[in-house]
Write a protein that binds this ligand. Structure first.
Ligand SMILES: *Cc1c(COP(=O)(O)O)cnc(C)c1O
Length: 426
């Protein structure tokens, strides 16, 4: 591994960023170098220094950077003058994606979902899910969970927990009520029964909600893992009270936790599912809203958007499904890699009383009693050529999100770097 020569700061970036790019920029401040190319689990900057990527575009690069098989399909499509922009016109690329998604993902799992193309981002998928739930039920309020993350548009922000991001809205965020996520009270109080109780109490002040929106593992919220029993009880509660269940699988879907959907392990079947980040397989913008057929009450054009038909993403998504999801091998490999990462993190945590390990599948994290140390660990890791970020309400968790295709050797090398960063910051 190439070692960076010096401790880079923002001042080392080309001036144009500070001069012209909005103050809102953030990742370039954490990793102040100028990236030029990328392959598999590695990024290379303009000095030729290589970085091992345990961030993977916040989970948008589950199959690595510039994955060769997917790249070939994309290049062939572009070179053949395949349609690039298509709104929601019928195209060959879209038909092929839908057929592969049906054949390789929905049918084998016995899922009857209709597929909506809501727009190119996770937030647009969430917005469409919330709008549809309100239309179907005729109710306004949505139940969300503590430390949830669902995106930056106003509807999605209303069901997001983070106070700094919420404040950015500049207006009241309404029609959403947060409830405690699994283990919010550290297992001391049965958090779930609280929700059940207020739902059934006509004096609780809680309006009957249209839907519940939940992540099975909260990625941005600090790698909080909901137990299967908790998800099952939530699904049961929703069913018995005729409240729709939306699973936001934008970050945890597409194999991150092993199986294609993160909720498969618990056996629940959500009414609506949102997917984005890794669905294109190549880091191209794409999102899906999956809807139980009886809930598909949209009128034509009622939710639209200019970039709902980005055909290159349909091509890469279809190729990704053919390459990785024709059988259960990839899921099994992901689970084995996840266990390997987890074992190493448990070792690091055992040696350090202020640290604990958490996660599921290939989303794993280390939680620090001193939040500032998590940031220092990430900075130390960057100085030693490892890209890894913090998450959680006080950025107290180092979150590992390597591409699922990362080799065991690279996983071990990254974990070695992390272990060294832990020692240097102890
Ligand atoms: C990233 C993310 C979103 C928002 O997706 P964008 O593409 O950034 O709009 C929504 N939900 C979850 C769980 C996410 O991780």
């Amino acid at each position: 591994m190439t070692i960076a020569f010096d401790r880079l700061t923002e001042a080392d970036l080309p001036d144009v960023f500070a001069r012209r790019e909005s103050e809102v920029r953030s990742y370039c401040r954490a990793w102040p170098t100028t990236f030029e190319s990328a392959s598999g689990s590695w990024l290379t900057d303009d000095r030729g220094v290589r970085y091992l990527d345990f961030f993977a575009g916040a989970g948008s690069l589950n199959y690595g950077h510039n994955n060769p098989a997917i790249k070939t399909a994309l290049c062939e499509y572009l070179l053949s003058d395949g349609v690039v922009h298509g709104l929601d016109m019928a195209t060959v690329a879209k038909a092929q994606f839908l057929e592969e998604f049906e054949r390789l993902i929905l049918a084998p799992r016995g899922l009857g979902y209709k597929v909506q193309f809501p727009g190119p981002t996770g937030a647009t998928a969430v917005e469409s899910a919330l709008k549809l739930a309100r239309k179907v039920t005729g109710r306004e309020s949505i139940i969300s969970f503590t430390n949830a993350f669902h995106g930056m548009t106003l509807g999605a922000l209303a069901v997001t927990g983070n106070s700094m991001k919420r404040a950015g809205a500049g207006i009241p965020l309404v029609h959403a009520t947060p409830m405690p996520y699994d283990n919010y009270f550290g297992g001391v109080t049965e958090d779930f029964h609280w929700f059940e109780r207020v739902l059934d109490d006509s004096g609780s002040g809680l309006n009957r909600p249209a839907a519940v929106i939940v992540e099975t593992v909260q990625g941005e919220g600090g790698v909080n893992v909901a137990r299967s029993e908790w998800l099952q009880a939530l699904a049961q509660l929703c069913r018995s009270r005729e409240i729709l269940l939306i699973v936001d699988d934008v970050q945890m879907g597409c194999g991150r936790t092993g199986q294609f959907f993160s909720f498969e392990k618990s056996g629940i079947v959500p009414d609506i599912v949102t997917l984005s980040k890794s669905i294109s397989g190549y880091g191209l913008p794409m999102a899906l809203t999956l809807i139980k057929p009886e809930l598909d009450v949209w009128s034509p054009g009622e939710h639209n958007g200019t970039f709902r038909g980005y055909n290159p993403a349909f091509v890469t998504a279809a190729e990704t499904l053919r390459t990785y999801w024709r059988d259960t091998t990839f899921a099994a490999e992901t689970l084995a890699k996840g266990e390997r990462v987890r074992a190493r993190l448990e070792d690091m945590a055992a040696a350090d009383p202020d640290v604990s390990a958490r996660g599921r599948g290939m989303v794993q994290g280390l939680k620090f009693a001193d939040p500032s140390r998590a940031g220092r660990v990430c900075r130390e890791a960057f100085d030693h050529n490892l890209i890894v970020e913090t998450s959680g309400p006080t950025d107290e968790v180092v979150k590992l999100l390597p591409p699922l295709t990362t080799s065991v050797e690279d996983l071990d090398a990254g974990l070695d770097t992390l272990a060294t960063a832990m020692l240097r910051t102890a």
